[in-house]
Design a protein around this ligand. Structure first.
Ligand code: ADP
Ligand code: MG
Length: 352
């Protein structure tokens, strides 16, 4: 049985027309790191708050470890759910030293155990020498680690983090993604992280849950999510893509589109007529004798690669979107250049 079970969780706020969270179904294993990913307003924070016990679902049940923490019959208060919370702004107490901040969640522990445990978790996050400082004397990344240490101190069943990286600048953000996952892994902590940033989600999670309008769109490991997005929304939300319509060949593998024949990585399980394809820009590689050919309309240089917008020659109508293709930076490409390219089936997916 899964360690955490969210069964059919629905939340309708008073005055809200549509549910903020709609029949959410999710099982999480012990030690797993899960991310809720989606645009602003899709119900991520509400889901997290219901797990924490700050908000009661309208319907559904929540199981954490051995405890049913919410059902029609009862709702356990947050402090009895065994959760550790890390807030977006870290919510450290400015007038307390770091060690006092960490000890705050341990009020039921004896004085000596409290201090011992606080030192232990500060060491775990690499801040054992900072116990007597105040939060304002620490950098953003260090404050983040204190918040995590405080959440981990009472040995919670699960750590919940709402947008933990959004207050950090790009360089530090990458380091913190690594540090936070490292600490969670080392302690075999189960964690649910909320973010609207696909890069955060992919870098830290075992599985990603993409949400939209309160509904789960797809649950998958990052690689699978990127290569096999289930629908157009997921395909566009996790990275850039080309969406094309086509008709399926009787071989169940080739799709006839306005740019020509595009091949799926595997035979589809059933014959469909009209289908939608997602083709990742990295799946299109320039090649002297490629199967597809077109004129470059736009070049955007990113440093790591060049984004080309290529207008295909055999497009029946100019209203079709140009193809987005990534070209290596060392390649000289200019607007107006005719290029040819191939498409790797591994980065083609059939989407709903
Ligand atoms: N306390 C509340 N009262 C009424 N509506 C709310 C409340 N909290 C959130 N909502 C609404 O629920 C939806 C989901 O919000 P939220 O869970 O905060 O989204 P996210 O964290 O994904 O940005 C939004 O439409 C939001 O306006
Ligand atoms: Mg939110």
């Amino acid at each position: 049985m899964s360690f955490i079970q969210l069964e059919n969780i629905t939340k309708v706020f008073a005055g809200g027309e549509k549910p903020a969270v709609d029949h959410l179904q999710l099982n999480i294993n012990k030690g797993e790191i899960i991310t809720l990913l989606g645009p602003s307003g899709c119900g991520k924070t509400t889901t997290l708050r219901m797990i924490a016990g700050f908000e009661n679902p309208t319907n559904g049940t929540i199981q954490i470890g051995d405890n049913e923490v919410f059902s029609d019959a009862h709702s356990l208060p947050p402090e009895k759910r065994g959760i550790g919370m890390v807030f977006q702004d870290y919510a450290l107490f400015p007038h307390m030293t770091i060690i006092k901040n960490v000890m705050f969640g341990l009020n039921k522990w004896g004085a000596r155990e409290k201090r011992k445990r606080a030192k232990e978790v500060l060491e775990l996050v690499g801040l054992e020498d900072y116990g007597s400082r105040y939060p304002t004397q620490l950098s953003g990344g260090q404050q983040q680690r204190v918040a995590l240490a405080r959440a981990l101190a009472p040995k919670p069943n699960v750590v919940l983090m709402d947008e933990p990286f959004s207050n950090l600048d790009a360089g530090l953000r990458e380091k913190m993604r690594f540090d936070v996952t490292n600490i969670l892994r080392k302690t075999n902590t189960t964690a649910i992280i909320v973010t609207h940033d696909q890069k955060d989600a992919f870098a830290v999670s075992d599985r990603v849950v993409v949400m939209k309008d309160g509904l789960i769109q797809q649950i998958a490991a990052p690689k699978e999510m990127y290569r096999c997005p289930k629908n157009c929304f997921v395909a566009q939300f996790v990275g850039k893509t080309n969406l094309l319509t086509g008709t399926m060949d009787t071989d169940l593998r080739n799709i006839h589109t306005h740019i020509g024949k595009v091949t799926l990585p595997n035979e589809w399980q059933e014959r469909l007529d009209t289908v939608k394809l997602s083709i990742r820009p990295e799946g299109c590689s320039l090649s002297d004798e490629g199967a597809y050919c077109g004129q470059v309309e736009r070049v955007t240089y990113s440093g790591e690669y060049q984004e080309l917008h290529v207008r295909l020659h055999n497009e029946p109508e100019l209203s079709e979107e140009p193809m987005l293709i990534y070209a290596p930076v060392e390649k000289d490409v200019e607007i107006g250049t005719i290029v040819s390219f191939d498409i790797k089936p591994e980065l083609v997916a059939l989407v709903e």
